[in-house]
Write a protein that binds this ligand. Structure first.
Ligand code: SAH
Length: 257
């Protein structure tokens, strides 16, 4: 079942700053549904839900303006392909490395790219805290790193900031609890060489979907998405991450910085 015109309209209304090719996003949707029947990557597979919670949500990163300059970026813990895949589709000039610890998922990602003719994604399999160790090829390699639904911000920063080159940015995609998470993560961010420079509010005004001819259930879903309190925490890498970080995952988790 392809995406209908109204679903494409939902993505466009929610992410007006992104260029949406309906055929490509429809193909990505079909692939997501097919993949999910084989390996479980998401609980959201209805057309309106996937259009908003996966596609538009991923594209909201563009609102930071940081993609205008960056050409190389990293998605940490990409799972079924979010946010990296929609970004790669919308921004063909971007090179997106997509990292996940589960081989099944990075293999599926490779297959998705072959099926959809996506040539600007490089799947990478491994654990974040191992690949970003000092001396490794991935350490401080990326001017732009982002992640969705991987961990709370303190843990997340230790998993992601070591990948960011000095002067680059890490964007954490967060929900309405971001203020509390920021408080918890304050010392971790400083220790790892970062500084929170901005919170980008990506919630939408309630009327944004009014003119789109969606059914009642879809409207409820769209309004819920609009008011879900999503925010992007933008952290700038000011100094190199000290060689002691990242620690082993058990330590990161047991005693966040
Ligand atoms: N970003 C996706 C998936 C979130 S689920 C989305 O928002 O839909 C978190 C993913 O991170 C899982 O696929 C899991 O395999 C991966 N993951 C968890 N810990 C990791 C680690 N230490 N290094 C790399 N990937 C990790």
């Amino acid at each position: 079942m392809p995406l209908e015109e109204r679903h494409i309209a939902l993505i466009r209304a929610a992410a007006p700053y992104a260029a949406i090719d309906p055929e490509k996003f429809s193909a990505l949707y079909d692939r997501l549904v097919d993949l999910n029947s084989k390996i479980n990557v998401t609980s959201v597979t209805d057309p309106a839900g996937a259009s908003l919670r996966h596609f538009a949500d991923s594209l909201s990163l563009i609102k930071t303006g940081l993609f205008e300059k960056a050409t190389l970026c990293l998605d940490v813990g990409c799972g079924g392909g979010f946010p990296g895949l929609p970004l790669a589709l919308a921004l063909p000039g971007l090179s997106v490395t997509m990292l996940d610890a589960t081989k099944k998922k990075t293999d599926a990602l490779k297959e998705t790219c072959e099926l959809l003719g996506i040539s600007n994604v490089a799947p990478l399999c491994g654990r974040a805290e191992e690949l970003s160790l000092p001396g490794g090829a991935q350490r401080e390699r990326y001017p732009l790193v982002f992640s969705r639904a991987l961990a709370r911000l303190d843990v997340l920063c230790e998993l992601c900031l070591p990948f960011v080159s000095v002067g680059g940015h890490f964007i954490a995609m967060k929900g309405r609890d971001f203020k509390e998470e920021l408080k918890e993560a304050k010392s971790a961010i400083a220790l790892l060489g970062g500084e929170t420079v901005r919170i980008e509010d990506v919630s939408l005004s309630p009327g944004v979907f009014d003119r789109i001819p969606i059914d009642e259930a879809e409207r409820a879903e769209a309004n819920d998405f609009a008011s879900s309190g999503r925010a992007l925490v933008v952290i700038k890498k000011r100094r190199p991450t000290p060689a002691a970080y990242p620690r082993a995952f058990a330590k990161i988790k047991k005693k966040p910085l």
